[in-house]
Unconditional design. Structure first.
Length: 460
């Protein structure tokens, strides 16, 4: 009996040692890892508009274009290894707190603006959004005056000939406060231009919106992901909302024909066939590997090389998928990611279920959604220019050059629902829902990308 207990004890001990050996096994050295050399190059020179983005929350008395201010931000990002991780985190938290204090007075003003333009209440979908915003012009003017320096900075940012994201994926520098305030200023910028259009200043109003679209496309060429979506996701969110505004302006009864021509020329000049997911995917990988390498207290438990190899293989596969138009893929990116996560067998993976794979689906999907939106608005603008009220809508569409564009989600021309008066792409689920868009407040399977059209009744 005693011998049997000893044998069982030895067996249990061996099994425990084998298990810990399995946990401690780091795996073979990772080959071909992504590094910063794989990212789109970004300039640290003073003419880079990214400095305006970083210094956006400086108080109005600060000259954000001065050599001293630029040198301070350059030093932060040019020497990422100069601080240990804990020091970086402390400094990032302090910068965030300081940034909010600098802007707190103006943040209160922008919160008043939220009452006038609460996106959750869909003010752009009112019967006449221009008339609505014109009715609150007096309140908007007060906020515009109080936040004039922020609007001026935003306009200067839009005018920047070069904007290249040089943020280091492995350094802690929270841009949450920056992006939160910039999104609010971007909404104020929209309303100011909507009111200008309502007062007849269509050329300058639409010109500013097109300039904003052009800026964010340029920004996205180098925009980087971080531990979350980073600057890349922020830029897509603003770009999407800016695209959504254009049809509301083009559909207005007072919109002049020269605006359609300018919109068509402006959007056709956008490099909407150039996709930007590669930079975001690689920088997100680098950011998460940096987190992995900094887990000193967990070092004995984390199989670093196995985790890195798993995500490296997964990210490379996702980059391949991202290079293919959605209609050419055998399955959706979402299903591919679900399968990858199901096949993952890594003990003590610090990324676990929230990990970077889930966010990759959106990073890869967004460029194709914007491409579809760009194409649809071009079709809309050309249709308004060439519309013949004596012909049915389908016959009018056949005459358009823009209607020859291919929906990246279907591989066929974009679709039209004459009854609903919409043009649409079938969207990421690659299923024709008849022009039913996704509504985050009414969850459903619908996700068509939809552009409304308003034309004379004679086309029926």
């Amino acid at each position: 009996m005693k011998r049997r207990l000893i044998k069982y004890g030895i067996l249990v001990f061996v099994l425990i040692m084998l298990y810990f050996g399995y946990l401690l096994y780091q795996g073979s050295p990772v080959k071909g890892e992504f590094t910063e050399k794989d990212l789109a190059p970004a300039s640290l020179e003073p003419d880079n508009g990214f400095y305006i983005f970083l210094a956006f929350l400086e108080p109005p008395e600060v000259d954000i274009y001065s050599p001293e201010v630029i040198a301070g931000y350059r030093e932060t990002f040019n020497s990422p290894g100069a601080q240990n991780p804990r020091e970086q985190i402390r400094n990032a938290i302090k910068r965030g707190e300081d940034a909010f204090k600098k802007i707190e007075k103006y943040d209160k003003l922008l919160k008043q603006f939220w009452k006038l333009y609460n996106p959750l209440k869909h003010p752009l979908q009112k019967k006449d959004p221009l008339a609505y915003f014109l009715s609150v012009k007096e309140d908007v003017e007060k906020i515009k005056e109080g936040c004039s320096f922020l609007l001026k900075r935003y306009q200067t940012l839009m005018d920047a000939k070069k904007v290249e994201d040089f943020s280091h994926p492995g350094i802690y520098f929270s841009t949450y406060e920056h992006t939160k305030i910039i999104i609010q200023v971007h909404r104020l910028f929209h309303v100011v231009n909507i009111i200008d259009a309502a007062e007849g200043k269509w050329e300058s109003a639409v010109g500013n919106i097109l300039k904003e679209i052009s800026f964010y496309h340029r920004f996205l060429k180098t925009a980087r992901g971080e531990r979350g979506y980073g600057n890349y996701y922020f830029a897509w969110v603003v770009l999407w909302k800016t695209y959504e505004l254009l049809p509301r302006l083009l559909n207005h009864k007072s919109c002049p024909g020269n605006v359609y021509a300018r919109t068509l020329a402006g959007l056709q000049a956008i490099p909407n066939r150039t996709f930007t997911h590669r930079n975001a995917v690689i920088s997100t990988y680098i950011a998460n590997v940096t987190i992995l390498n900094q887990q000193e207290s967990w070092k004995i438990y984390i199989p670093r090389n196995r985790i890195k190899q798993y995500y490296l293989n997964a990210y490379r596969r996702l980059l391949e998928l991202g290079d293919q138009p959605p209609y050419q893929r055998r399955e959706t990116v979402k299903n591919t990611i679900r399968q990858m996560m199901g096949n993952k067998k890594i003990p003590f993976d610090i990324f676990d279920d929230w990990g970077p794979l889930k966010m990759m689906e959106r990073i890869i999907r967004l460029p194709y959604q914007i491409r579809a939106l760009n194409d649809l608005i071009c079709i809309c603008a050309e249709l308004y220019l060439k519309y013949d009220p004596g012909l049915r809508l389908e016959k009018n569409l056949e005459k358009l050059d823009t209607y020859k564009a291919i929906d990246p989600f279907s591989g066929t021309p974009y679709r039209c629902n004459p009854e609903k008066r919409v043009f649409y792409s079938i969207g990421p689920n690659r299923s024709d829902d008849g022009g039913m868009p996704f509504d985050p407040y009414k969850p459903s399977s619908f996700d068509d990308i939809v552009i409304p059209i308003i034309l004379p009744e004679k086309d029926k």
